[in-house]
Design a protein around this ligand. Sequence first.
Ligand code: ADP
Ligand code: MG
Ligand code: ZN
Length: 494
Amino acid sequence: WMFLLRPMMAGQHGGLMSIGRSRAKVYAEKGVKVTFADVAGVDEAKQELAEVVGFLKDPATYGRLGARIPKGLLLVGPPGTGKTLLARAVAGESGVRFFSITGSEFVEMFVGVGASRVRDLFQQAREQAPAIVFIDELDALGRARGIDVPGGGHDEKEQTLNQLLAEMDGFDPSVGIVVLAATNRPEILDPALLRAGRFDRQVLVDRPDRQGRIDILNVHLKKISVAPELDVAAIAALTPGFTGADLANLVNEAALVATRRGASATVLDDFTQAVERIVAGAERRGRLLKPDERERVAYHEMGHALAASTLTKTDPVHKVSIIPRSIGALGYTLQRPTDDRFLITTSELKERMTALLAGRAAEEIVYGEVSTGAADDLAKATDVARQSVTRFGMSASVGQAVLEEEKQQWLGDGSRLHPKDYSEATAREVDLAVRGMIDEAYQAAKDLLQARMADLRAGARLLLERETITPADFPPLQRPEARKVPAVAAQSAL
Ligand code: ADP
Ligand code: MG
Ligand code: ZN
């Protein structure tokens, strides 16, 4: 095997070694081209990893000065934030070989193969040190033992995990090997993996903030042709919550939009269209709504939009549309966040709920009843209310106590780690408080719209006619400041 594979590995781009017939492969790369310059918006993670680069470049010096470099670093963060890219950049920066395997490839493996693959991985790394061993999607392989197989037993994953633990304990880091791993589900990892001497250092790779998004966009914009006046900050302002992967995809989409219209360079409008496509799903112009359904959607969306433009603490309205997009979304209202937010006050949460429920409220005011189209809004508003009560202690009747753990949305399955640890009586209080908050927000939305009935009707008519409108097309959607009318203050206490 080694004889056959040598020539492949010598190549600039490295080769891949596949051993056995399993899908899991050890990728051995030499001369990785990715550098830290290719990874933007994650400065803290880069800082921590710079130390690893220093060590790999010159393991001997590091040892002499007595610095202890961690054996294993775990990159933790939502999908698409650049964990895999960062690991490769560490290899590129330090110029060492990069051995990688992906946890999910171990899933369908025969007994014993996974363990021998891990042994092989470390052996190769030792022979060619300094080197990086990278285990992507560690959670697929390092899930807490005993979870998958009822009654425990020597299942394949357990053997593979045991082998990994043994290898991590067995190597001497001074030879210049660093083990990197990545996961978006750190909470399901076997605790043994996180013990001292294993993955005892975690590096958070989070979603980028506004400046981070600007930096990431600039990395990817180099690959396409853009108009010289393109305002990158404006694109960043439109994309809070986007990950690096989302932004890379956005740049590509925008270039496609520009290509389609036959332009020679990509402009801001191409990006706006691409954002809409990504946010609201691909445009489905072909789908026809019945006229009465269309009208209901128009009132519903105008309800959201008018509420958002009447309240003072919500994000301003950017665009309202009744062009059906993707399954389930018949229309949409885009609000343009003015900034990334780290703290949200009680009154802001209440206004958010009011804006969420205003679609339903408009339907009820105009038609006397709501429709199933508003179910998602209600679910979102309920979530906001429940969190304010159980996590932020914002309800007077339930009081100031944290009753639920933070829901880590990016962890994927939304599973709660701990069962409710409060009484039935408290649970009832919570339910009542949640319902109270929703009722109040709903009433606020109805009051607000009833006071603006003329705008609601005029806006819905215009929307039916044009399908998409902006505050420039329909000035009542502008902020109160801009309209020179007194703003509606936040509604009363919870
Ligand atoms: P993860 O491993 O965290 O899921 P990846 O590293 O696979 O994310 O990212 C996928 C792609 O998205 C990368 O190849 C890159 O093009 C882009 N990307 C993600 N994060 C960043 C970032 N921080 N800077 C630049 N590009 C990024
Ligand atoms: Mg990855
Ligand atoms: Zn809605």
